[in-house]
Ligand binder design. Structure first.
Ligand SMILES: C[S@@+](CC[C@H](N)C(=O)[O-])C[C@H]1O[C@@H](n2cnc3c(N)ncnc32)[C@H](O)[C@@H]1O
Length: 207
């Protein structure tokens, strides 16, 4: 990677056990829940608590976006067109591979919030993606990354696989710090009623 910001991470941090094109892995739709009901409820409660509304992009999404009350305009992005077609909260959908092309085809300031549920660990070029998230957010817009301890191990980056839950929060805080346009990030464990833990890291764009 030529971007000097990646020098903060050890060699091999962004390697993956399965480096093949992500398109093949996500070719078959998975109409499943990736976290338990308690964690899903925790994601929805967090979105309520953070006041997420208006124009929202659900990045690295699937057939469900976990909002208790869907925002006015929800666009869902992901890898599988059939999964996204079943996301009835969303008014628009976009299939795009962020590891192949870490850019978002939206005008600057298009969204009030960007959310990303249990997926940030699959990004192999996260700093470019976080740059793009801040660009497509309006000034003062909110980006929220949340994650549990469940994942597809062949597709997660090695640095994530080797980290514990708290180190994973630090990894995401580092992405926010190194990306362009974000203020300080906040990390928290989100209380849930289930067995899957839930963590979230969020930051707003500098106005
Ligand atoms: C564990 S699923 C989580 C889906 C959804 N956010 C949820 O909460 O159910 C991981 C998601 O990451 C997305 N993803 C993985 N690799 C990606 C890539 N290279 N580019 C874009 N999205 C990717 C896929 O859409 C996949 O559905």
């Amino acid at each position: 990677m030529n971007d000097p910001r990646y020098s903060e991470f050890p060699d091999g941090f962004f390697d993956r056990r399965d480096p093949s094109n992500d398109r093949w892995f996500y070719d078959e739709p998975r109409i499943v829940n990736h976290i338990d009901d308690g964690a899903i409820e925790g994601v929805g409660s967090l979105y309520e608590r953070l006041g997420i509304s208006g124009r929202v992009l659900d990045l690295m999404g699937s057939w469900v976006s976990h909002f208790q009350s869907p925002p006015e305009q929800l666009v869902v992005h992901g890898m599988n067109v059939e999964e996204l077609a079943q996301n009835h909260a969303a008014g628009g959908a976009l299939v795009a591979d962020l590891n192949a092309h870490p850019s978002l085809p939206f005008r600057s300031g298009s969204f009030d919030a960007v959310v990303c549920t249990v997926s940030v660990d699959y990004l192999s070029r996260p700093l470019e993606v976080f740059d793009e998230i801040s660009r497509v957010l309006q000034p003062g817009g909110l980006a929220v990354m949340n994650f549990s301890n469940r994942l597809f191990p062949t597709k997660a980056i090695r640095g994530w696989l080797g980290a514990d839950d708290h180190q994973r929060c630090s990894i995401v805080e580092t992405y926010f710090r190194l990306a362009r346009g974000f203020g300080d990030a906040t990390a928290a464990e989100v209380q849930t009623s289930g067995r899957d833990p839930l963590y979230a890291v969020w930051a707003t764009t500098i106005s």
